[in-house]
Design a binder for this molecule. Sequence first.
Ligand code: DX5
Ligand code: ZN
Length: 221
Amino acid sequence: MKTKPRCIVAPSLLSANFSRVGEDVLEIGKTSAQWIHLDVMDGHFVPNITFGPKFISDIRPLTPLVLDTHLMIEHPDRYITHFAKAGSDIITVHSEAAVHLHRVLQAIHDEGKQAGVSIVPSTPVASLEVILSDVELVLVMSVDPGFGGQKFIPSALEKIRQLAEIRQTNRLNYRIAVDGGVNETTFRQILDAKADVLVVGSAFFGAKDKQKLVSLMQGQE
Ligand code: DX5
Ligand code: ZN
């Protein structure tokens, strides 16, 4: 019998082919990946533009998987209701984009959704300490957000270790997710640092055998 997966794998649709995204969603569903990661970009907070709530509500009926929505947008407070109604299960906002972060996290919880907070590579973990008891997910960016296919920035590893230590010391429950440059070479050190969720974009969609990659990451090979 297979053991419990050692991590959650969240393929990122950013690396899918948007002209046949429904098929790509179904393809993720054929693997043992547990979440689908959705990168919302506004061309302001990050230098790229992707999709909005309609894209997510169109995908929602195609999959029972957890829709993990990563908002790389300014003024996230204005859009929480829209992304909640579209069917997101987890809504993650950037600490750098939300001045009143506590209020935004509260708004996500008021919609009955799990709340996540994300930090870019130049933001220290220390800036999050006061709100760590208010989130279900901390998303550590291991590339500068905006594009798939970038190289993993190793300083993310120390942030994961710090977050794991704070969680243990304070008996908190958030999951630690890592996003950017996660592939078959980098994932082991990320899991060793005690991350729980691997966001995988280009490595997943570039893999010949997607299930093999997911199994390898989940420790089920
Ligand atoms: C980047 C996005 C990521 C992206 C990761 O700004 O937040 O989710 O899809 O892509 P890879 O895995 O190719 O680095
Ligand atoms: Zn992302």
